[in-house]
Design a binder for this molecule. Structure first.
Ligand code: FMN
Length: 178
C-alpha cells in the first residue's frame, strides 16, 4: 500500500536546504492538533536552528547513535518536551495505572510531526537516546518540564528502504489474545 504511513522512513542525512517557514508552521500545527490525555496538551516544542546549538546537541547523543550527523546537519531540530504532571494527573494526584501518559502524548505529537513532515516532502528521525539532562540545560528547559525526544528535520538526502515489520497476523488478535 502506498500512503504516508507506509512510505515514511527515518531520514538521517539531509540536503543543505532550509525549510520554508510555512512548512514549519504546518508541522507545528499538526503537533498542536495531536490528541492528548484529557486534552491537557502537555507538549512544549523548542525549534533549534542555530548550527552551534545543533552541534552541541549532536555531541550529547550516545556514541553509536546513527542520528549524530542528522542532529548536527539538519536545518531544524525540534526538541519535544512535556510537563509530566499534566497527563494522567488531577491536582497532582495520579489517577490512572500509568504515571507517564505524558510520554504517550509526546509520542502522538512526534508521530504527527514526522507524518506531516513526510507529507510536505521533508524527512525526520525521532531521537531518544542522548544525555537528556545535559540537553535540557543546553536548551534552558524549565523545572517541571522534560525534554524527551529530538527530531532532526530537513529535505532528505537519501532514500532508505523500509526496515522489516511484523506481519499483521503476528500482533493483531481477533476477539481474544491468542
Ligand atoms: C521512541 C523512538 C526513539 C528513537 N530513537 C532513535 C535514536 O536515538 N537514533 C536513531 O537513529 N533512530 C531512533 N529512532 C528511529 C527508529 O530507529 C526507527 O523509527 C525504526 O528503526 C523504524 O524505521 P523507520 O522509522 O524508517 O520506519 C527512534 C524511534 C522512536 C519511535
Amino acid at each position: 500500500m502506498s500512503d504516508i504511513y507506509s512510505e515514511r522512513r527515518s531520514i538521517r542525512r539531509f540536503l543543505d536546504q532550509p525549510i520554508e517557514e510555512e512548512k514549519l508552521t504546518a508541522i507545528c500545527t499538526a503537533a498542536r492538533m495531536a490528541p492528548s490525555w484529557g486534552n491537557r496538551q502537555c507538549c512544549e516544542l523548542v525549534l533549534v536552528r542555530q548550527p552551534e546549538t545543533r552541534e552541541r546537541l549532536s555531541a550529547l547523543l550516545s556514541a553509536k547513535n546513527p542520528a549524530i550527523l542528522a542532529t548536527r546537519d539538519a536545518p531544524v531540530v525540534i526538541a519535544v518536551c512535556g510537563v509530566p504532571k499534566r497527563s494522567g494527573f488531577y491536582k497532582e494526584v495520579q489517577v490512572t495505572r500509568y504515571g507517564h501518559w505524558f510520554l504517550f502524548d509526546l509520542g502522538l505529537v512526534s508521530a504527527n510531526i514526522c507524518l506531516k513532515a513526510w507529507e510536505l516532502g521533508l524527512g525526520s528521525v525521532i531521537v531518544g537516546s542522548f544525555d537528556h539532562q545535559a540537553a535540557e540545560q543546553l536548551l534552558a528547559v524549565p523545572a517541571g518540564c522534560e525534554l524527551v525526544a529530538l527530531i532532526p528535520l530537513g529535505y532528505p538526502a537519501h532514500h532508505p528502504s523500509a526496515p522489516p515489520r511484523r506481519e499483521l497476523a503476528e500482533f493483531v488478535h481477533l476477539e481474544r489474545f491468542s
